[in-house]
Design a protein around this ligand. Structure first.
Ligand SMILES: NC(=O)c1ccc[n+]([C@@H]2O[C@H](COP(=O)([O-])OP(=O)(O)OC[C@H]3O[C@@H](n4cnc5c(N)ncnc54)[C@H](OP(=O)(O)O)[C@@H]3O)[C@@H](O)[C@H]2O)c1
Length: 314
């Protein structure tokens, strides 16, 4: 029978044989890792208690926020969030429902609102936007519109792949380029918020092209920030799963958050940080997987997606 005392004695003898220098180094590594672990956790809780900075002071009162894809889901929540804070809103969407959202916010928050119906896959239409927004002091651009197609790459029609790339990558890039002069040459600071996704950071099996478009947006934000940070704040938002029309209104709970929670948590990072996952639940998942290697992250994401969307392992 195994005697527990013998095992402890054996371990002690083995440790005694290890040179002190190696033991000391191992202890230091352990302490360093523990501090990094606790620091990450403390940061998440600290951020979730922070309130927003004074946006009107920083970006200008009576200025306008332009939200792409503002008629539904997360975009609609950005619209409501800035309207509640007293900003005037331009809702740009392909969906005529944008007019309903305009009426609601004008009535509820007593702000000015304007609708632009535009298909963001139409590059000519984007280049014409500069004329449509003439006279509006746009201080914040929210590049939110995006599409998602799920499934096996080999089975996806070329048109749907091109739409994914055009809406998520091309339109966001062109929106930023088109409105950049307006944002740069204001007397106050401006801001650009980009809806990326956690999928663009680790992996998102069964949505590979979507995840790659979101990785593009993340790198665009990280690099571009270094060029314009004196004049423009950038916030790259990378949530996990949010209940919206895109995710067929998946039930909120656990790691699935509402679009309001996603936006209200993310907005506290505006003007303070370059990126955020938004809600505390999403930050905790992010923190949990940050120590894993790429294979483990991919496996974790795959299992999460399978269980949330009830997919079978191929
Ligand atoms: N939901 C999530 O779990 C999640 C997680 C991470 C990141 N995100 C990102 O967050 C953003 C918003 O997602 P969501 O879930 O709120 O999506 P959503 O519910 O589908 O809303 C997107 C809005 O964009 C509009 N839109 C789509 N294509 C357009 C086009 N070509 N031109 C103009 N407008 C267009 C949509 O109009 P129609 O409805 O008429 O198509 C809709 O109003 C996306 O970039 C998404 O990738 C979402």
């Amino acid at each position: 029978m195994i005697n527990i005392m013998d095992i402890i004695k054996n371990i002690s003898r083995t440790i005694e044989k290890i040179p002190n220098a190696i033991l000391g180094s191992l202890c230091l590594v352990g302490i360093y890792k523990s501090i990094a672990f606790l620091k990450g956790l403390a940061q998440i809780y600290y951020e979730s208690w922070q309130s927003c900075i004074d946006f009107k002071k920083r970006y200008g009162s009576d200025s306008w926020v332009l939200v792409t894809g503002g008629a539904n889901g997360i975009g609609k929540s950005w619209v409501e969030s800035f309207a509640r804070r007293g900003f005037n809103i331009i809702i740009l969407d392909i969906d005529e429902k944008a007019h309903e959202v305009k009426e609601i916010i004008e009535k509820e928050y007593k702000v000015k609102a304007h609708v632009i119906i535009c298909d963001l896959t139409d590059q000519e239409a984007i280049s014409q936007l500069i004329y449509q927004v003439k006279g509006f002091d746009i201080s914040i651009l929210v590049c939110n519109a995006g599409v998602h197609h799920h499934g096996d790459v080999s089975k996806q029609p070329i048109e749907s792949i091109m739409k994914l790339i055009n809406v998520n990558i091309v339109s966001t890039t062109l929106m930023i380029k088109t409105l950049l002069p307006n944002l740069l040459y204001r007397s106050q600071k401006s801001a650009i918020i980009v809806m990326s996704s956690r999928s663009g950071f680790a992996s998102f099996p069964y949505s590979s092209i979507y995840a790659a478009t979101k990785a593009y947006l993340r790198i665009l934000c990280m690099s571009f920030y270094q060029e314009i940070k004196e004049k423009i704040d950038i916030l790259c938002v990378q949530p996990l799963i949010v209940s919206t029309p895109m995710t067929r209104h998946i039930k909120v709970g656990g790691i699935i958050c509402s679009s309001e929670d996603c936006v209200e948590s993310a907005i506290t990072s505006l003007g303070r940080r370059l990126e955020t996952c938004g809600t505390r639940a999403h930050k905790l998942v992010d923190w949990y997987i940050s120590g894993k290697n790429l294979d483990e992250k991919a496996e974790f994401s795959a299992n999460m997606i399978r269980s949330q969307f009830k997919l079978k392992k191929p």
